[in-house]
Design a binder for this molecule. Structure first.
Ligand code: AMP
Length: 133
């Protein structure tokens, strides 16, 4: 059975798309630690654990995540874009990219931001515009 993230990348479940390529897909985390919190996933494998990816997919995923992070940094005022891999909840490899003002912003125990659908769409469009620039 396909994972929820495979369905998202296929457009079968809605998401706030930030960027995509043939092999990778980036979209906003629905329970963000900060505005612009983005998830980056591979399309062609559902491997649960990032370090089980083959080297080519791992390198492609991280290179794609770098491009997305550069776009996030341009679109969202922040000091750094933090990177995290947890996978405690969804068993489909994903990289979290989180705009940071301080170290504590990357604590996954923090209260998540509540955003309206309009705000999610606005943020996704702003990052997408920088990615496609
Ligand atoms: P983890 O597997 O521990 O890295 O956490 C999974 C992350 O995916 C969490 O931050 C969730 O908020 C996020 N998430 C789960 N379902 C969705 C969804 N349908 N759209 C966007 N983000 C999601």
């Amino acid at each position: 059975m396909a994972t929820i993230f495979t369905k998202i990348a296929a457009g079968e479940i809605p998401s706030y798309k930030v960027a995509e390529s043939e092999d990778f897909y980036a979209f906003l985390d629905i329970n963000p630690l900060a505005e612009g919190h983005t998830l980056v996933i591979p399309r062609k494998t559902e491997a649960d654990y990032i370090f089980d990816l083959d080297d080519e997919t791992y390198a492609g995923l991280t290179a794609f995540a770098k491009k997305v992070a550069v776009a996030i940094k341009k679109a969202i005022p922040c000091k750094r874009v933090g990177v995290a891999v947890l996978g405690m909840e969804v068993p489909h490899t994903h990289i979290h990219l989180v705009p940071l003002q301080s170290e504590g912003d990357l604590n996954f125990s923090n209260k998540k931001k509540q955003l309206t659908p309009e705000r999610f769409a606005e943020i996704a469009a702003a990052i997408a515009a920088e990615f496609n620039d």
